[in-house]
Ligand binder design. Sequence first.
Ligand code: HGY
Ligand code: MN
Ligand code: MN
Ligand code: MN
Length: 400
Amino acid sequence: MWRSLRPIGRSDASGGYRRYAWTGADADCRLWFRMQAEARRLNYEVDRNGNQWAWLGDPEAGDAVVTGSHLDSVPDGGAFDGPLGVVSSFAALDELRARGVQFRRPLAITNFGDEEGARFGLACVGSRLTAGQLSKEQAYELRDGDGVSLPQAMEAAGYDPEAIGPDPERLARIGAFVELHVEQGRALDLSGDAVGIASAIWPHGRWRYDFHGEANHAGTTRLVDRRDPMLSYAETVLAARREAELAGAVATFGKISVEPNGVNAIPSLVRGWLDARAADQGALDAVIAGIETAARETAARHGIDLGVVRESFTPVVEFEHALRDEMVRILGEKTGEKTPVLGTGAGHDAGILSASIPTAMLFVRNPTGVSHSPAEFAGEDDCVAGVHALADVLEGLACR
Ligand code: HGY
Ligand code: MN
Ligand code: MN
Ligand code: MN
């Protein structure tokens, strides 16, 4: 199963993945998901927002146990972020069938669309739409770098963008959602555990900084006559690192666009995207305020007009204690050990859905700690341990 998925959307140049929403690679991933579902005689469906579901049992019966993740990636992303959760869901179902368990609740496996937001700039679009955290109007505003709108991209991929919108009836039929995910950090590597359970997702958001200066000739414009936005952008990036260290947060300017983007032209506009996260809201507020203050100071000094737009924000997610503790109990019964519980700075579909349904996450050890990079890794034994843990949790939730 893993081998049939791995080549899809993989760049020979970087070894990373380029599985962006509603592109050919995304379509190939979706076809892969459908084939896995139909090979297991699951009832396959696509919801109004393009998320894929594979059902065992009657979806209408209610109180379903759902597991899954996403198949899309960041630019040159790793092989495990998302796919490990979807592959492990199918493998855990195979294991439960091999155990001969009787399912007492409907079970579904999902692939949530556009979780990384690599193409349209907003993370978790599929799950946000279904959970009613992104309106149809807001979704219709999303555009990729070529100016293609989300509805245009969906339509080109054969989906009906008119249908998108909240799906509370679907969520009302779900009793628990569990997402298995490769750990995006080294906590499990440091603790010596193959599998962990999530306690919380840090509050995090994305801000767009627009530095407007004055385009001019790179060769004939004296330094004193320049209003160069690249200077203010650069000073703001350095300030972001300083402010993050002060606040005990993380802040990243990982994406930039420059107009007119010519080697011999002083830019008229430098647009930088900030990703900031912190273990608590106070620290996040402090780092965001500190960065914006520093940006306004450097912009004033260089005669630059500054615009700051908050593009997305996800408040802290405390996973529901009852489901989390139930998972600790189930795994403790099976393994005789206490599965570690750990927080994460990474956003997930489970984080979005936790506002609507009881959700939980399982993490699988990543000895490199690296993610959103081709260097992301999880060892085969740990992946198998993740499948066993997910199967144990699903059995405890849906079969007893
Ligand atoms: O950005 C994130 O934290 C997630 O991987 N989408
Ligand atoms: Mn990711
Ligand atoms: Mn992910
Ligand atoms: Mn996710």
